[in-house]
Design a protein around this ligand. Sequence first.
Ligand code: DQA
Length: 146
Amino acid sequence: MKVLFLNGPNLNLLGQREPEIYGRLTLAEIEFQVRQRAARLGIAVDFHQSNHEGELVTWIQNAKGNCDVIVLNAAAYTHTSVALRDAISAINLPTIEVHLSNIHAREEFRHRSLIAPVCCGQILGFGAGSYLLALEAAVSVTENRN
Ligand code: DQA
């Protein structure tokens, strides 16, 4: 089993970016934790970050046939991107939406996720823990599929 983790804009700044909201771990440290947990569960992981919407779209398109589940923190594109939503719909691969922060407890423009209706579920508000919970969710999604 393989899980593709995709991270959107500004997540490369984790650690220094608004730590009171997003925590003090860098994205590399979160990736390390994910890889450690994945190794224990016997799961292969790909982990990418981009500040460019089109690059995220291309990674989603290329996921078909290359991985079993996508875990997507689309960051600000969550709230704006029809292109990411269409890409998820197009490939018909289970996709789990994750956020470090609880977007529903923040500004109103963050309450709406354009990708939520095409994802199998959302995990949010647990900081780096959201990524580890998403890994567990990925296992359960594939078990329920097979
Ligand atoms: C985020 C929440 C988004 O609203 C924000 O634009 C981000 C990060 C999160 O992980 O909490 O960049 O996706």
